[in-house]
Design a protein around this ligand. Structure first.
Ligand code: SF4
Length: 231
């Protein structure tokens, strides 16, 4: 596994913590709205960041950086993920993993071995719409299993909904709210069309802050902590 991106400090990737962000390549989905298309489609064109260099940085900034966020792509596709988390945990850092939810077994293993402190799982729309949203073969049972594991487990988590108007509207949000009823935290993210993988989506409209607030109000009927990001 090669690391294909590194951000030294972020205030927005792990709520309440200053985090470094590590990007892993490849993904089993092909979401039209994905803005990390190079990482997904042609990671070989991106420079590899040496793990030793990242570790050195983290060691020398341990008074400043609290956490590492491992994102992608889909980090859980990589068999070396557990080992990577272990290395960061050994440095005394909190570890967050971002996932599309396709690999519940990996999430469970990371949790069992205390290798992860926070998991963010995407909810891209209604589960039945996933094949057209992700342009991939999707095992919906696995998505349900991941969501249920998070909602019934001990690890801190959030569900993230990228509000692409084509897939997420007041009607679908109502149904998603029922699905996630009782979840601890849900974040609605503004869709950024500029770099969408699907060129046809690049001119698409994204919701205004007011529209996102209306969607958030629907979620709030079922979920205590609802946040809006990127607006
Ligand atoms: S799951 Fe995430 S990384 Fe993978 S294609 Fe979709 S948006 Fe991109």
């Amino acid at each position: 596994m090669e690391i294909k991106g590194f951000i030294e400090n972020s205030l927005v990737d792990y709520d309440g913590k200053i985090s470094a962000v590590v990007f892993l390549p490849n993904c089993n989905f092909r979401c039209g709205f994905c803005f990390n298309q190079k990482l997904v489609l042609e990671p070989e064109t991106l420079e590899t960041v040496r793990l030793e260099k990242i570790e050195e940085y983290l060691k020398s900034h341990s008074d400043f950086v609290d956490a590492v966020v491992i994102t992608g792509g889909e980090p859980c596709m990589h068999p070396e993920l557990a080992e990577l988390c272990r290395k960061f945990k050994k440095l005394g850092l909190f570890v967050k993993v971002d996932t599309n939810g396709s690999f519940p077994g990996v999430l469970k293993k990371l949790a069992e071995e205390n290798l992860v402190d926070y998991i963010a799982m995407d909810i891209k729309g209604l589960f039945e719409d996933y094949p057209k949203i992700t342009n991939a073969d999707v095992d919906i049972k696995k998505l349900r299993e991941s969501a249920s594991f998070l909602m019934n487990g001990k690890i801190q988590y959030e569900f993230r909904i990228t509000a692409v108007p084509k897939f997420v509207n007041s009607e679908t949000i109502e149904k998603i709210s029922q699905l996630l009823k009782g979840a601890k935290k849900v974040c609605l993210q503004r869709f950024r069309p500029e770099n969408a993988m699907d060129k046809k989506l690049r001119d698409a409209k994204s919701y205004t802050l007011e529209e996102l607030q209306e969607l958030a109000e629907i979620l709030k009927r079922f979920i205590k902590d609802v946040r809006i990001r990127g607006a």
